[in-house]
Design a binder for this molecule. Structure first.
Ligand code: GNR
Ligand code: NI
Length: 168
């Protein structure tokens, strides 16, 4: 078990497009386990491999109140998306900032688990928002990309400033 380092905006590595997972081996299962540990410790409701500098199509999540419903999505694909909803979003890679983002309210998802088994399911509400947020990470996209350039640049400057203070 290990806690992984989470990259922070505007780190350019967060802009990497993740590659499909092909090998469902012990290495992958170790990464999944470390990502769950990192997500629960943070704490967060989701974590994409991109955020821990692993550029493969893998995300973990748990949107339950009791934090006892771990879910791992590998090579996830959003097949269909319906409706609109606006929710306040945060991101472990953009610490301290919460802003409204508009997303689909109902999605159908196809993904694999850590053993390579494929399944399909519908998601709505917070679960749907989380999957869309994590799927964006795998495309190198962050929730701040949906904000105005003014807001995004303000967040970038403030985070850069705190990052510099941490190095000094
Ligand atoms: O912990 C998280 N909370 C959250 C809240 C609203 C919308 C999306 C999220 S995901 C975020 C964890 C994270 O950064 N995942 O990439
Ligand atoms: Ni995020």
């Amino acid at each position: 078990m290990a806690l992984l380092n989470i990259l922070h905006f505007p780190d350019p590595r967060l802009r990497t497009i993740a590659k499909p997972v092909e090998d469902f081996d012990d290495n992958l299962r170790q990464l999944v386990s470390d990502m769950f540990e990192t997500m629960y410790e943070a704490p967060g409701i989701g974590l994409a491999a991109t955020q821990v500098n692993q550029h493969i199509r893998l995300l973990v999540m748990d949107v339950s109140e009791a934090r006892n419903q771990p879910r791992c999505l590998i090579n996830p694909r959003i097949l269909t998306a319906e409706g609109d909803e606006e929710m306040d979003e945060g991101c472990l890679s953009v610490p301290g900032y919460y802003e409204k983002v508009r997303r689909a309210e109902l999605i159908r998802v196809r993904s694999q688990d850590e053993n390579g088994e494929t399944s399909e399911f519908d998601a709505h509400g917070l679960e749907a928002v989380c999957i869309q947020h994590e799927a964006d990470h795998l495309e190198g996209k962050l929730f701040v990309d949906y904000l105005s350039a003014l807001k995004r640049n303000r967040i970038r400057s403030k985070l850069l400033k705190t990052q510099k203070q941490q190095v000094d």
